[in-house]
Design a protein around this ligand. Sequence first.
Ligand code: SF4
Length: 351
Amino acid sequence: MTDLASLSFDALHKFVVETLGEKPFRAKQIFNWVHQRGVTDVALMTDLSKGLRERLAKEASLGTLTKDVEQRSTDGTIKYRWKTHDGRYIESVYMPSSDRKTLCVSTQVGCAMGCTFCMTATLGLKRNLTPAEIVGQVHAVNAEVRKNEGLETLRPLTNLVFMGMGEPLHNFENVKTALSILQHEQGPNFSNRHITVSTVGLVPMIERFAAETEVKLAISLNASNDETRSRVMPVNKRWNIAALLEAVRKFPMKYGRRVTFEYVLMSGVNDSDENARELAALLSGMPVKVNLIQYNDNPGLGYASTVDDRAHAFQRILEAASVPAFIRANRGRDISAACGQLANVNVPANE
Ligand code: SF4
């Protein structure tokens, strides 16, 4: 059965006109209900005729997520766990700050990439999320923020980062459709500059991502040499640092696009002065910036966080080499909502 919430605007238009035999403006109305107002039941689409609503209810579905658990951090971060129609669980993390309201979105149930420092990796890959399930996280959190913060605006979220569970470029077609929906003016209408997709470095997919989307790219680098990177990120054995940087050099910086490198600092693994100098040499002269993130302890994985002084020393070496580097605040550590911690663990006992 066709899931209306998974269709791009053009695909919905085709479905409405060719399959249902309806007037084209009906597509705009339906898209608007689903993706701007976040309606999850066709019965509520009150400007459609009763007959059309009945047909849609019979001949199409509307993929939705059910809120399962919500955990609030002392720093304002909220982690949501959603249940999918087939009983899977995924997570999204809402991070409000003084000037933005950011949602970290998941793209897969689990992940196949096997990064050894990451809790999501321990789940393995269960399945890809559909476009409806990806955009559904955004719609559901918009509704939560409206309710919690007493806002009337339809889209209180200002920024999206695709850094939750899963490797977005390993589910590229669905992520691409989701981006087209999220950026559509009849939908949530996010601008290119307000969406960032993160990848571990699937080199051929970076080329497609560059050509077929317009949003920003973050590379999860996490090591300054191939030996260490292959140890913490097995994908490096397939596409090493040189291949990855070559793809980044070719990345078109139009539409205000930027490439950011994410570097999770792990004590004694990748955080020495020597590592900082290696990293500076790799990135020197590239129009990029580095976000340094102090590792979040995940019991059982065998890694520990870098202390503040070490993180600042690492940052200073990069800056001295004219590589812009920022130490990013870790959000939601107390509820396992921080980077690499999403794995449906630490939830209240209502499973
Ligand atoms: S860090 Fe990202 S890509 Fe690597 S295993 Fe975790 S979720 Fe997957």
